[in-house]
Design a protein around this ligand. Structure first.
Ligand SMILES: C[S@@+](CC[C@H](N)C(=O)[O-])C[C@H]1O[C@@H](n2cnc3c(N)ncnc32)[C@H](O)[C@@H]1O
Length: 373
């Protein structure tokens, strides 16, 4: 249990809202053209959805914020003293959700580029199962949004190519941070232990720096030595992604909220949008998610986790997405770093339970999108 929660009493600074967060990462046109990484379109803020108009959350400021902070401390204290047997009851769970909503309202959200190879194994297993009925030798169009350092993209490519070597993969890997997309495309990671790197004198080179940027633990932490060897060629400090896993990937700098993206990419059989929408406040996250859904071909699948569950369930219901029930609990619980810190961290996800009304839509991380949105 983390204590205290990651909130502070100060007024919310503009530097922490989603708008000001994204703007510094936007590549200028000249930079974009000189880059080795293609730029999909000028990254821009998620568009406002005129039809559904997600209302911006009222900003909590001044006395109201101080009172809310005081209230939050009281309910967090109660939560920390609740025995586990009570926390896991329906009432305990509802109270935990209230704590989480309150903590989230006071948290300063920001984006991180931290990621892991083989981060959520059930998620990859489900992707392989859902593609299992594709005809031999067919082409599969996949978009991975918020691809960060590339670990998720290479992990997905490895899982599918191992299960179905006959499939022809056309993968678009997209992140709003142009520097991190360039790094991901290189596919070269430093294996130097985090602590050893910290002790090095001078400024580390970009590959070492980007490998460990924002990481609390090594990017390789969740893979075995044998898996590392299969995915990467390992030479001393460096692990380089093997050529058979690089094939068919187009790396792009772009904003998942860009309304032009659907037209530019064309319909996708599978869209993966994981672990970045939680770092947006609910209004922008909802707009962005609605835009992401437009990328999915009718009958295709959307994987979206690491998001405020109320936002995901609201959009899933409004757009009539079909929750994928297979491996649902395993995928929800497949990334321990995200469930362990609930309800104390805004980005954490609540425990799975199948005794709540609407639990399938609330806890599914994968959805079939039946019609064009
Ligand atoms: C925590 S990483 C998630 C990496 C990976 N998806 C995973 O699950 O391991 C979040 C990434 O989202 C990217 N990101 C944030 N907002 C974005 C946006 N609007 N469009 C595309 N990428 C975005 C950030 O640059 C960062 O690399």
């Amino acid at each position: 249990m983390l204590w205290p929660p990651n909130v502070n009493l100060s007024m919310p600074s503009k530097a922490h809202n989603t708008e000001s967060l994204i703007t510094p990462n936007m590549p200028s046109e000249t930079e974009a053209l000189s880059s080795t990484t293609a730029v999909l379109a000028t990254p821009q803020m998620p568009a406002k959805d005129e039809e559904h108009g997600p209302a911006a959350e009222p900003e909590v400021t001044g006395l109201r914020r101080s009172l809310l902070h005081f209230y939050m401390l009281q309910i967090v204290r109660i939560w920390t003293h609740l025995p586990n047997a009570l926390r896991t009851t329906l009432t305990g769970h509802a109270f935990g959700r209230h704590v989480h909503v309150t903590v989230s309202r006071l948290s300063d959200r920001r984006q991180y580029v931290a990621t892991y190879f083989l981060r959520n194994r059930p998620e990859m297993e489900l992707i392989c199962r859902l593609l299992g009925d594709r005809p031999h030798g067919s082409t599969v169009n996949i978009t991975v949004l918020a691809c960060s350092k590339g670990a998720e993209v290479y992990s997905i490519a490895w899982a599918i190519r191992t299960a179905r070597p006959d499939l022809h993969l056309r993968i678009h890997a997209i992140d709003i941070d142009e520097e991190i997309v360039d790094f991901a495309q290189k596919g070269v990671y430093s294996r130097t232990a985090l602590l050893a790197v910290e002790k090095e004198a001078g400024r580390p080179d970009d590959l070492s720096h980007n490998t460990r940027r924002d990481q609390g633990a090594s990017i390789f932490e969740r893979m075995t030595a044998a898996e590392l060897e299969e995915i990467c060629e390992v030479k001393g400090e460096w692990a380089t992604i093997r050529p058979w896993l690089r094939e068919g990937i187009t790396w792009l700098a772009g904003d998942a909220g860009d309304p032009e993206m659907a037209r530019q990419l064309g319909p996708q059989d599978l869209v993966v949008a994981n672990r970045f929408l939680c770092h947006m406040t609910p209004g922008p996250a909802e707009s962005c998610l609605r835009n992401i859904a437009r990328l999915v071909a009718p009958g295709g699948y959307l994987f979206v986790t690491g998001i405020d569950l109320d936002v995901r369930a609201k959009v899933a219901r409004a757009l009539h997405w079909q929750p994928v029930l297979e491996l649902m609990q395993d995928v929800h619980e497949g990334d321990a770093s995200i469930t362990a810190s609930w309800p104390m961290e805004y980005w954490a996800m609540e425990p799975f339970r199948n005794d709540l009304s609407g639990w399938q839509t609330r806890y599914a991380s994968a959805f079939q999108i039946s019609r064009t949105q």
